[in-house]
Design a protein. Structure first.
Length: 69
């Protein structure tokens, strides 16, 4: 038994979650794993990075329009 008392149950839950959704979608565990970690996660990461850049740009522009103190 592992010493990771928190990690093991969380990992098991995540695997069971993916297995459940693979069955619901009619695909294999390996396929859903690839879709989630090789397709969706990188896309989400890129979207969030672009969102951060957009927000920083917007904040800088708004700060530039503020009157000086």
């Amino acid at each position: 038994m592992s010493k990771h008392t928190f990690v093991d149950p969380v990992f098991d839950w995540c695997v069971n979650f993916l297995i459940h959704w693979a069955k619901v979608l009619g695909i294999t565990y390996n396929e859903i794993n690839v879709y989630v970690f090789c397709v969706l996660w990188p896309i989400l990461t890129l979207v969030l990075c672009f969102l951060v850049v957009y927000q920083r740009t917007t904040i800088r522009a708004l700060r530039a329009r503020l009157p000086s103190r």
